[in-house]
Design a protein around this ligand. Structure first.
Ligand code: E4P
Length: 221
């Protein structure tokens, strides 16, 4: 399963990249705003800075919501760097844009997906990635993981090549469950990725190993 980090924060992206397990980055307009990145030139420069930190797969979201606007903006984003994946919302013009970009060989990430039907449309339009938001479904007492399972079943039934990018991941158990279901990718915060590291028995065991080593070394002297 590929690991993407869901942030526009350069320090966090670098930390995840340095850990050696990062396969990409997802951003959205809210995450860019959180970093104080505004204005076309600054946004473009920030995407370039992210691309320079990671190996591939930097999702950059279009702001336009009409077909022509999405095409124009998506092509400009794709021109920043080969690593850019154009992120397009799941609306009718977005589906048309997915088809257009797919024909042109520009990779896409269909975002704001909350149903299996939307995921089916994204796959038929040739999206590279589809992003079901599992945490936001959980937030409204709907089973987000069940949606990931449904999409996995549908895509496998027909051999769709669109990759399931489980988004809106909030904690380490989301990551584990996505991996069990066979999600191709997950995107989540650095905290969820780092939480996978933690186990109290690892800490206790390591302390014991080091203490025994120090005791033995002291005895030899
Ligand atoms: C996906 O690409 C989105 O940026 C993201 O995962 C949304 O997550 P949130 O629901 O935690 O805002």
């Amino acid at each position: 399963m590929k690991f993407f980090i869901d942030t526009a924060n350069l320090a966090q992206i670098k930390e995840a990249q340095d850990l050696g397990v990062l396969d990409g980055v997802t951003t959205n307009p809210s995450l860019m705003a959180k970093e104080g990145i505004t204005g076309d030139d600054n946004v473009m420069a920030h995407y370039k800075a992210i691309c320079d930190l990671v190996d591939d797969n930097v999702s950059a979201e279009v702001i336009a919501t009409d077909f022509e606007g999405m095409i124009e903006e998506g092509e400009r984003l794709a021109a920043i760097d080969k690593k850019i994946v154009v992120k397009v919302p799941m609306i009718a013009d977005g589906v048309k844009a997915l088809k257009y970009f797919s024909k042109k060989g520009i990779r896409t990430n269909c975002t704001l997906v909350f149903s299996a039907g939307q995921a089916l449309l994204a796959a038929k339009a040739g999206a590279t990635y589809v992003s079901p938001f599992l945490g936001r479904l959980d937030d409204i007492s709907t089973d987000g993981l069940q949606l990931i399972e449904d999409i996995r079943l549908i895509y496998d039934n027909y051999g769709f090549e669109t990759q399931i990018l489980s988004a809106s991941v909030r904690h380490p158990m989301h990551i584990i469950e996505c991996a069990k279901i066979g999600s191709d990718v997950m995107t989540g915060p650095l905290s969820a990725i780092k939480a996978l590291l933690k186990h109290p028995l690892t800490d206790i065991g390591l302390q014991q190993f080091l203490a025994d080593h120090a005791k033995a070394a002291a005895t030899v002297k």
